[in-house]
Design a protein around this ligand. Structure first.
Ligand SMILES: [Fe+2]
Ligand SMILES: [Fe+2]
Length: 150
């Protein structure tokens, strides 16, 4: 049986997305969570692996856009740890391509559930570790105009 989408990491209620007092980052992560929940709904509604694959593709498009947003902010503010942070994003996106092709070619429903869970855990750990550091760095008056423009 597929667990409720509220039982997946990062897929639960909005209040469970970690926040660090920087509104722009919080808004980004809430939007990302809404796309992740759409992926989980595709899983729950059981329209098949192909439907999940399409939803997974759409989620990855939004994930990539979010990563680019953060990378742009890191670059423009001179965030000291930007190379390591971007490399975490790059590693996941490289794996994502393999996951997508496996979902579409080889996977069954239980495997899709595992893929969704993997991305949820990855997001929780990444946000709590790397995005948190970025948020603390950005939480300074000199960065406000850049965040507003971004
Ligand atoms: Fe993020
Ligand atoms: Fe990040």
């Amino acid at each position: 049986m597929t667990p409720s989408i509220d039982r997946y990491p990062f897929g639960s209620e909005p209040k469970h997305v970690p926040t660090f007092g920087v509104a722009a980052i919080e808004a980004e992560h809430r939007e990302l969570q809404s796309h992740y929940r759409a992926l989980l709904r595709a899983l729950r509604e059981g329209e098949g692996v192909t439907a999940f694959g399409l939803s997974f593709y759409s989620f990855l498009v939004h994930l990539r856009r979010h990563f680019h947003w953060e990378e742009d902010i890191m670059e423009r503010t001179g965030f000291p740890d930007r190379t390591a942070h971007k490399s975490e994003h790059d590693k996941l996106m490289n794996d994502a391509g393999d996951f997508l092709s496996s979902v579409l070619n080889r996977f069954e429903k239980d495997d899709c559930s595992a893929v969704a869970k993997y991305f949820g855990y990855w997001l929780m750990v990444h946000v709590e570790r790397h995005d948190k550091e970025l948020a603390f760095f950005l939480d300074a008056p000199e960065h406000e105009p850049l965040l507003a423009a971004g």
